[in-house]
Design a protein around this ligand. Structure first.
Ligand SMILES: C[S@@+](CC[C@H](N)C(=O)[O-])C[C@H]1O[C@@H](n2cnc3c(N)ncnc32)[C@H](O)[C@@H]1O
Length: 277
């Protein structure tokens, strides 16, 4: 069956996607969108994009198909220890100084937000990094909030099972301390151990949510490789909300291909893709 997506229909989906998750799609992405949405059309048994649009926006009152649509559009590329310089900075500077100042004041809480956490490699990397410095058995209360808009990818993250080849660049000692070997779907995989899972909470959260619900600040925030999909205005709004979620001196990490507009932010530049309140 041949599915045809007209420019007018693409425009409707483009607007729907922008309104629901902030992702800005240029006309050059039309074929990609068509390929990804065609899978949903086949899955729900609808023959045309026009009827699918009506189904998502009118017939499906549960809103579930919109969640599936966003799942199918989002790009989830990620990796363990991706953009390693960020973890080097955490190891050599940010974590030691946070630990020193928290030890001095007796505040043994560490709160981290990994926004747009995809399939979990990034929050699990954060957990491994932090637990190399701190031991919850010594009274440290460590919590990593890992959020993403895609329910499908969050499920993968919660499952915490990864094909062995995805961990090929990680030292064997780190692997054996944090993963167990398992066979999953007939493949050799590693499963994340519970001491990492115990400090991470996975939640669906849309970064376009007008008011962020967090009562207490995070010590630092990772929001990497998602803002490239947003337009500058959406990026600026989001960055100022991150600013409000950090204490004085708190750090924001963004992707290395992203940058904050200096004229529009109160953050101080520290090094590529790292900013401080
Ligand atoms: C390319 S991945 C980046 C993953 C990870 N941060 C990294 O750098 O490796 C982008 C993630 O952003 C998520 N995303 C896209 N729009 C979002 C939104 N409005 N709110 C929350 N997450 C979103 C996608 O589902 C996807 O998992």
């Amino acid at each position: 069956m041949q599915y045809i997506l007209s420019n007018e229909e693409f425009e409707l989906f483009r607007r729907l996607i922008y309104d629901s998750c902030g992702i800005s799609l240029a006309l050059s992405k039309k074929e990609l969108v068509k390929a990804r949405l065609t899978k949903r059309l086949i899955k729900v048994g609808i023959d045309s994009f026009k009827d699918y649009y009506r189904y998502v926006t009118k017939t499906d009152k549960t809103g579930k198909e919109l969640v599936h649509l966003v799942d199918s559009i989002s790009t989830n590329k990620t990796d363990f220890f991706r953009e390693k310089k960020h973890f080097d900075l955490l190891n050599t500077s940010i974590l030691p100084s946070l630990i020193a100042s928290k030890t001095k004041t007796g505040n043994k809480k560490l709160r981290i937000w990994c926004a747009a956490s995809s399939s979990g490699e990034e929050p699990y990397t954060l957990a491994m990094t932090v637990l190399n410095h701190l031991n919850p058995d010594n009274g440290w209360d460590i919590k990593i909030l890992a959020t993403d808009i895609s329910t499908k990818i969050l499920q993968k993250a919660i499952n915490g099972v990864y094909r062995k080849e995805l961990l090929r660049d990680i030292p064997l000692g780190t692997i054996s301390a944090n993963f167990s070997s398992v066979i999953y779907e007939n493949a050799n995989c590693y499963k994340v151990k519970n001491h990492l899972k115990d400090i991470i909470t996975f939640r669906r959260f849309n970064l376009m949510t007008p008011e962020f619900p967090f009562k207490n600040p995070f010590d630092f925030i990772f929001c990497r490789n998602v803002m490239i999909y947003f337009n500058p205005e959406t990026q600026n709004t989001l960055v100022s909300k991150f600013y409000d979620c950090l204490p004085k001196d708190g750090h924001l990490f963004i992707g290395h291909s992203e940058t904050l507009s200096r004229s529009n932010t109160s953050f101080k530049y520290i090094q590529p893709a790292v900013y401080q309140k």
